[in-house]
Ligand binder design. Sequence first.
Ligand code: FAD
Length: 559
Amino acid sequence: MIVHDMVIVGGGLTGLMAAVQAPPGADVAIISKVYPTRSHSGAAQGGFNAAIGEDDSVEDHLFDTVKGGDYLGDQDAIEVLCSEGPDVIRQLEQMGVPWSRTPDGRPAQRALGGAGFPRACYAADISGHVVLHTLYERALAAGVRIYPEWRLVELLVEDGALAGLLVYDLATGRLEVVRCRVALLATGGYGRIFRKTTNAHANTGDGTAIAYRAGAVLSDMEFVQFHPTTLYGTNILISEAARGEGGYLFNADGERFMARYAPQKMELAPRDVVSRSIFQEIKEGRGLGDGYVNLDLTHLGADKITRQLPQVNELALLYAAVDPTQTPIPIEPAQHYSMGGIRVNLDCETNIPGLLAAGETANVSVHGANRLGGNSLLETVVFGRRAGKHLVKAADRPSPPPRSSLELALARWQAIFCTGKPPQPGDDSTSAIRDAMSRTMTDKVGVFRTGEELREAVEEIAALRRRYRALRVPPGEHPFNYELIEHLELGCLLELSEVTAGAAYRRTESRGAHYRMDYPRRDDANWLHHTLVRRGGDGPVYEAGPVSITRFQPQKRGY
Ligand SMILES: Cc1cc2nc3c(=O)[nH]c(=O)nc-3n(C[C@H](O)[C@H](O)[C@H](O)COP(=O)(O)OP(=O)(O)OC[C@H]3O[C@@H](n4cnc5c(N)ncnc54)[C@H](O)[C@@H]3O)c2cc1C
């Protein structure tokens, strides 16, 4: 048995930022299924929003975020996000983050969608990578114990409170019990429930699903962000920075079609608006090829593209064989961000004593129904910092020893493996179920939704879950058992697909990223509330939760 005071699951920006808050000598460990610097945070390109510009203000950032989220975001949480932003940006700079600079030496800022000002601090277009590496070095210097390629399998909960974690070490193939006083889940998003996504393969929502199984409440799972500009075919992200630096979107007729949908903000309208506009153009026959539009950067000039957008340039060359200094880039929308997650309060506490959550896996509800570009990276460091500080405070809690929870978890673990004949070619498989699940989600729970398709999706996912329950993995807890890992991940993905489709079916209105063709209007009278979901004996149990509205009453949202 391994024992630490504080355990953080996840080595992305949230987990690392939390880890470096502990005082010298504190007993903190990070458990991460991928090596921390390979976390998805490292792929983030655009930047971190913070109102540090002379003409900008926290108030404006707050309003843009509330409006961007279509009034579903909790305004007390958004206030924390926006008002702590400038200080966190300065703190990161002091830790050694080399922000890109203005000629007079201040951190440079670029415009991202839905913002009234150029508000995103960045490091060229490798912002996430740069901050991730800086924080990682800080964590190593602080003596944080890191368990790389260790995977959380279950949370051990005794009498409703956290007692420890069951963890699988990929390199040895051993199962370990980790005891701790408090734990933070910083396990990222679950974009891999969709077939078309910009998310890393590791983004399978393990922490979210494992917490849900252990009794945590999830919220707003129906709100899924689709990014407008991903490379056609591969869905590799072409950062919003490309439009922030002045890129245009064109349809087959050579029109800058955003003039039809968002005449003021044009290409820099929020992502939900731009993604729907692109699909509308394609649907009405103004797309190119078999379903894409063009992102044109050529007018920016080779110098600006290679200096400000080196990664965009490289990705287009490598993965689409397009030189963006000469030719427009073919793009299509794809899943990008999970607004929903584990319900937490402003101290990042879940409803399970001893268990915290922050970052993309959590839902403190700063993004409401639609996240603005640059606000998620900010959330990872603002709420990562808050979670880290709260972990330290909460670590004097005595944690109950894991007893019956451990016995049950070990019994469930044993039941994964087959005892008789191993699976034969042609038998049902993890990959077949996963393929069907991700197709259902992309085809029926996408940008445009209808009640009929959502109901079909709910039924299809339920059938896939039944097939999954009948699967068994060949025995052998041997090193690097990816068959086992994929099996565990699929269980998490199915659990989250079920509640994403289910919550989307229930919400009979359109708000932010959730667009119902059969209910095309926002309906504040009936739906200005969060969707909360718990796991009941017979499946998900949904209820409504209040939205914190402190300063801005809901208004019509136009751009
Ligand atoms: C391509 C791309 C570009 C983006 N660009 C921007 C941007 O410019 N601006 C912005 O604001 N947002 C951006 N985002 C969103 C933002 O990057 C993410 O929301 C954010 O980085 C998530 O950070 P995180 O710390 O919550 O999780 P992650 O960085 O995803 O880290 C999750 C961690 O959890 C660990 N983990 C997961 N499951 C387990 C398990 N079972 N056991 C142990 N460990 C586990 C992983 O190993 C990993 O270390 C982008 C996202 C993508 C996909």
